[in-house]
Design a protein around this ligand. Sequence first.
Ligand code: NAD
Ligand code: MG
Length: 387
Amino acid sequence: MTRGICILGATGSIGKSTLDVLARHPERFHVLVLTANRRVEEMAALCRQYQPKLAVMRDAAAARRLREALADQPGIEVTGGEEALQEAVTYPGVDEVMAAIVGAAGLLPTLAAVRAGKKVYLANKECLVMAGELFMAEVRRHQVTLLPIDSEHNAIFQCFGDERGVRRIILTASGGPFRQTPLAELQRVTPDQACAHPNWVMGRKISVDSATMMNKGLEVIEARWLFDLQVDRISVLIHPQSIIHSMVEYLDGSVLAQLGNPDMRTPIAHALAYPERIASGVSSLDLARGPALQFEEPDLQRFPCLALAFQAIAGGSASTAVLNAANEIAVQAFLDGELSFPGIARVVAATLEAYQPATPADLDAVMAIDAEARVQARQAISLAGAA
Ligand code: NAD
Ligand code: MG
């Protein structure tokens, strides 16, 4: 029997890579449910190609347009809205859920999958940055299998063979497109420059996060919850070639690393097949012909967002929720041309400074913190006058 898969965020970069891997293994998987936000044309094309039973658009008007576009496909049911998105994960026959929505919007649908006892593949790191403790408590309560898709966390999971005797984990980071850009020029960099990542093709939000290195900060928080490690045992190392995806150091000095060409189909295939291995379509790594592997310490002056993430971690769960919300608002403002690139760190810093809520006791409290932090971040943007 093949396993029924639901992809949350099917039109995204991770969603499409997942569909590519699934299509290579029809003997193992069938695509049952696809969800997206509002990109109707792309979703219609995916539905025609992969023939899910259910297609969900979070935007209700987009759902109506998709229903019209798929009028000749009576086998595909189309629904829309926030509730429909959460119901998608419990559609009859869904065994496993790829959580690949970007940002805080992914938290409730992913949590719905956990609460329904589905196996969850987690790409949506913002879930854990917002609500890591509560999220992992739900994972334990429902005895759900949660497998990491983020390449660093997937690498660590692969190197963990035996979790005893771990001294620390080392998250590698490419340093993004501005690793060597003169600091004075950062004031003028454009969204397209920020999204032109040297090694990976990704969605725009995570691309900007990679350029500021906020992405690595979010990943430290993600690792803290996924692997139940205190942050003093998580290091960050710049490795511009993105060939080593992360490492685990053991007490005896052994360091295990996972290597591969930078292509998200590798961690996706690893998680989908775990504990087996399947082909992913990724080409063999050729170390002799490839670039030399380099390493350096991250420069916190160049990457103030990384320092802010560590500051938020020290402030606890409320601060990381504020960090995530402020960052989402600031990144969107940068992408919309309302904020400079260095302005992203300034807005996040100002929001963390202005708003220090108490530790959230439950999910409603997390959602309230997220909403208020967005208001505060927008205020910081207007005060900064797009500086
Ligand atoms: P993307 O922008 O390419 O795709 C995002 C998907 O989420 C789209 O399908 C979109 O329709 C959907 N979406 C956006 N807003 C939504 C909303 N409000 N409600 C419902 N759906 C919504 O993003 P991506 O690069 O695929 O990243 C997805 C997640 O995976 C992010 O959390 C990112 O950090 C993580 N991730 C991505 C990569 C990568 O290589 N792209 C690597 C590691 C982790
Ligand atoms: Mg990553």
